[in-house]
Design a protein. Sequence first.
Length: 201
Amino acid sequence: MRYKHFKNADIDVSELAVGTWGLDSNRWSTGSSREEAIDAIRMMVAQGVNLIDTAANYGNGAAEQIVGEAIKTIDRSKILISTKFGVPNDFYKRNVRGVYRDAKFGSVLRELASSLRNLQTDYVDFYFLHWPDPSTPIAETMCALNFAADIQDQPGCSGNDLQNGTADLIFTSKHLYLHLLSGKEPTKRGASRACKGRYRR
């Protein structure tokens, strides 16, 4: 297996990854059973794949639960798990895509807690915004991510990023802490406390 070194995170990531969107039986079916999916994940890891990608949106958590079952017999320190938030399933409005966008502070923390339960782990290595939420300021979303990663009694994530975002959003997220609340560069912990007070709902 070939690996790419992620310099900023100082980790080696396999060039192949386990993808789990096909496990979303609410929208499509690959014809694989739960047991076959678990076996496939374990086989890929045994062959050197160390990145497992999933999302809360895939099967309304079903894909994450399958990953959680699969990794029970795997050394957690040997694998990297990425999951996503921001597009909860919509079973009531029945919109075209079957989802809606929500990257508000409270929603981010609720989705993270749910994902950790589904995955049966106390941390994720990468936490992605699945799709930008135009109704929520990116500052609020980044506050939630910083808060979740910082407070010690709340399971958090060791990395966060944006997926399917524009270059402007990515630039904004990287430099947001400089002017987040006070216009001055706060400490990470200070910013987290301020975020909680400002955005918690």
